[in-house]
Design a binder for this molecule. Structure first.
Ligand code: NAP
Length: 318
């Protein structure tokens, strides 16, 4: 089982989550149940992934057939950008909860800062791109806070926000974001954003912690197919051999040792197991510094169809 970190509101979050975006649909149910069997206690999903219904079924069946209680699992979901108007946030979470068969989620994140034109229905799997719209991020945040008051979310946070956007909502927030989920890996370790988050007592979570080596995205993301595979990087492979661990474990341990939550996706039982086993060893300071040499500032999720959105987060350095 993974170690836990205490959030700024006192709730505890397991430091390794199973990423569920892009788990093959036919393997999703078995993968969720297998992950729970292995000791995963944190599952990261989103309305956008179109998989909440299957995850909800798998979770319920697993809890009914074992001693696992709701309090022992940490479930994260995310607000889709078509529901960022204040009046739409609560109903969107209610829909996610219905799909997940839950009364509350442990963590509810604004998926992206770029609002899209509101939908008055809930597609099973939303498609993109959609029309832009403008919603004040403070309006969305206020409605996120309401989800806590209504008991539907235990913690709230953001995803793919830059520091200015985080600061903007913090200035008027009654409830400070507990978590900032962003792309982070050895090529793009997010040192500056991490320092900013630490100064505000906001926990950083790393999506694509392995560098998302095999992601083949929609047309506008295709250029990242040429990305290198960090598990084959010579520095990572050397350190893995030295510690008798796998390269994947070294990449994840590097982030975890910096106090970051990691969200590796795997549907391969062996890799799922190894990704969970990163708390029984430590990297030396010299090896942590050596991994820093891989940083080349390469953001891999640029999401080019957002680029003209007024809240596009990545025009800023961090
Ligand atoms: N908030 C956001 O906007 C956002 C955006 C992107 C992703 N996410 C979250 O982050 C999660 C992870 O992102 P990701 O899937 O793009 O990237 P990732 O976790 O960095 O990489 C996943 C890839 O690495 C492989 N892999 C897993 N463990 C491995 C290991 N130990 N050694 C070698 N290869 C390994 C997986 O293949 P196998 O399955 O075959 O093992 C898969 O192809 C997503 O599932 C999602 O939950 C959030």
């Amino acid at each position: 089982m993974a170690d836990c970190i205490t959030l700024n509101n006192g709730h505890r979050i397991p430091q390794v989550a199973l990423g569920t975006s892009r788990i093959s649909p036919e393997k999703l149910e078995v993968t969720i149940k297998r992950a729970l069997d292995m000791g995963y206690r944190h599952i990261d999903t989103a309305f956008f992934y179109g998989n909440e219904t299957v995850i909800g079924k798998a979770l319920q069946e697993y809890m009914e057939s074992t001693n696992l209680s709701r309090q022992e699992v940490f479930i994260t979901t995310k607000l889709f950008p078509t529901y960022m108007k204040g009046s739409a946030v609560g109903p969107a979470l209610d829909e996610s909860l219905r799909r997940l068969r839950l009364d509350y989620v442990d963590l509810f994140l604004i998926h992206v800062p770029c609002a899209m034109k509101e939908l008055d229905f809930y597609p099973e799997k939303p498609t993109q791109p959609m029309d832009f719209t403008s919603v004040d991020l403070r309006e969305t945040w206020k409605a996120m806070e309401e989800t806590i008051y209504r008991g539907k979310a235990r913690s709230i946070g953001v995803s793919s926000f830059n520091a200015k956007q985080l600061d903007y909502i913090c200035k008027t927030a009654r409830i400070r974001p507990a978590v900032s989920q962003v792309e982070a890996h050895a090529r793009f370790p997010q040192k500056k954003l991490h320092e900013f988050c630490k100064s505000r007592n906001i926990l950083l979570e790393a999506f694509c912690p392995l560098g998302s080596p095999f992601f083949i995205g929609p047309k506008e993301l295709n250029k990242i197919q040429s990305r290198d595979n960090l598990v084959e990087h010579p520095i990572i492979m050397d350190i893995a051999a030295k510690y008798k661990r796998t390269p994947g474990q070294i990449l994840l341990r590097n982030l975890a040792q910096r106090g970051i939550v990691v969200i590796p996706k795997s549907e391969n039982p062996q890799r799922m197991k190894e990704n969970l086993q990163i708390s029984s060893f430590s990297l030396s300071e010299a090896d942590m510094n050596h991994i820093d040499e891989i940083d080349n500032g390469e953001r891999r999720f640029v999401i080019s169809w957002w680029k003209d959105h007024p809240e596009y987060p990545f025009h800023e350095e961090f």
